[in-house]
Ligand binder design. Structure first.
Ligand code: HEM
Length: 453
């Protein structure tokens, strides 16, 4: 039986669908709504980790360090609680949510069962929360730290089999494009980080007196979780989306794979303590990735900046500039004997200047539409927060080198200011996304019009 089940739009003829097609469409729409809800839950969870256990604790730590003018004056467990909340509580939670939403669609895979997405979220969130508490209040930490690491690993395995298990739905399998190899390498970097975290947590529980990784292991572990996981993940999604969003010339795929190879070799060298070699490999890899995606060459088409601030391509280029600065500072630190100011500055050039700035730019470009066809609440606020983030990061990186390395005493006074500027930037980012999710979805009533309900 034919039913007039799609409301006609003025000027268009009614669309008639048979029952079977209508029920397929209804199921597809319902699934899309569930997926958007799942993604919004991951994003809001990530924002909470970013604000309180992550950035607020980071600011608190930095204010204490600056008031005592001594980098080693606060507990390593508190620093690691901040780092874990930012890398795994914020960034990885975003990546898991976006992965659940987009990877099966991009690869045209069979849909996964929705309970897998919710189960992964529950185990992951619980794992990251108890890790933070066992670092901050060492209550039963010998049980809670390994438990947290095990929960995070199980959550990851649920994610991995949900987005990688299924075969394509029909026809000959599509050959893998190079960006997929980059995302797979990043996913293996996440798996390696989680396994290291579990092994080290068990070791600590059995033999140590406090819930913090020893400094040398921590530095090597951070190379895996930043350069081995986050950096290739950003490269992968950059090469998938940015040529379109920024109107760039076609990707140089062989160069992208070369950059990935050098980066992976750099991570392995760094993990085994060959820091100077790692520095050279990571810097060369970053330069080649930029040449592969062609950020600094004249664009082939106009950038697609509808619904975001038109400065979007400028901030993406600035973020990739920070990637080079982070790699160069890492190489410099490796050539010095012990340089906590330079290695700390390199880490924040990477995590704030590159990773956070990329999430601010690309996140505000894609998340509103992924989360139920919404429009970003305020593109102008996006400009303000990105300007604040870059300003705070510049002050932080420069003054961390000057203060921690004892090059200039006055730089201690700049550090708390940089922290408050960065805190304002991340708070505005959270406000813009939450206000966006609170807006009604956009309804496409005809190919020519877009309205809100
Ligand atoms: C308001 C912004 C931030 C402030 C004030 C801040 C502050 C700090 C401080 C004081 C440290 C101790 C080491 C050092 O002095 O360099 C630190 C370490 C660290 N931060 Fe941040 N941070 C901020 C943002 C971020 C972001 C956005 C990320 C990641 C996305 C991040 C990841 C890390 C990591 C991984 C460490 C090393 C932890 C460890 O040693 O295990 N931070 N941060």
């Amino acid at each position: 039986m034919l039913v007039s089940n799609v409301p006609p739009v003025v000027g268009q003829r009614p669309v008639w669908l048979d029952d079977k097609t209508k029920s397929i469409m209804d199921r597809a729409i319902a699934r899309e709504q569930f997926l958007s809800r799942l993604l919004m839950t991951y994003i809001v969870t990530g924002l909470i980790f970013m604000l309180l256990p992550g950035t607020f604790l980071g600011v608190w730590n930095l204010i204490k360090i600056s008031s005592r003018e001594a980098a080693e004056s606060i507990s390593p467990a508190w620093i690691q609680a901040h780092g874990h909340a930012q890398l795994f509580g914020w960034v990885a939670t975003f990546i898991l949510g976006i992965g659940f939403y987009s990877i099966p669609k991009l690869r045209k895979l069979k849909p996964f069962a929705l309970w897998e997405g919710w189960m992964c979220w529950a185990l992951w969130t619980f794992g990251v929360i108890i890790r933070w508490f066992s670092n901050i209040y060492p209550w039963h930490w010998r049980v809670l730290m390994p438990l947290s690491a095990a929960l995070e690993l199980v959550a990851f395995l649920i994610f991995f089999q949900a987005v990688a298990r299924h075969r394509p739905t029909g026809g000959a399998p599509k050959p893998w494009e190079p960006w997929i190899f980059v995302v797979i390498a990043a996913t293996l970097g996440l798996l390696a980080s989680l396994l290291l975290n579990l092994g080290a947590s068990i070791q600590l529980a059995r033999h140590a007196n406090s819930p913090s990784f020893p400094r040398e292991f921590d530095q090597r572990y951070l190379i895996v979780s930043t350069w081995g996981f986050l950096v290739p993940m950003v490269w992968g999604f950059s090469s998938r989306w940015l040529p379109v969003f920024m109107g760039l010339r076609p990707l140089r795929n062989p160069l992208l794979l070369t950059a990935l190879g050098l980066n992976t070799a750099g991570v392995v060298a760094g993990f085994f303590g060959h820091l100077a070699m790692a520095g050279v490999l990571l810097l060369t890899g970053a330069g080649i990735a930029i040449a592969a995606i062609r950020f600094f060459e004249p664009a082939a088409k106009a950038a697609k900046t509808i619904n975001v601030h038109r400065s979007f391509p400028v901030f993406i280029r600035i973020a990739y500039g920070w990637l080079l600065i982070a790699a160069a500072l890492g190489l410099w630190a490796s050539l010095m004997n012990e340089a906590p100011g330079i290695s700390g500055a390199s880490r924040h050039a990477l995590t704030v200047g590159f990773i956070a700035a990329m999430i601010f730019c690309v996140g505000q470009r894609v998340l509103p539409s992924f989360c139920g066809m919404r429009v970003l609440w305020s593109p102008r606020l996006m400009l303000v927060m990105l300007t604040l983030l870059v300003t705070g990061c510049t002050l932080r990186v420069a003054s961390e080198i000057l203060a921690y390395q004892d090059y200039a005493k006055w730089a201690w006074d700049i550090l708390p200011i940089s922290a408050l500027i960065e805190l304002t930037a991340v708070t505005l980012f959270a406000i813009n996304l939450v206000a966006t999710f609170a807006r009604p979805p956009v309804v496409v009533t005809s190919p020519l019009t877009m309205t809100t309900e």
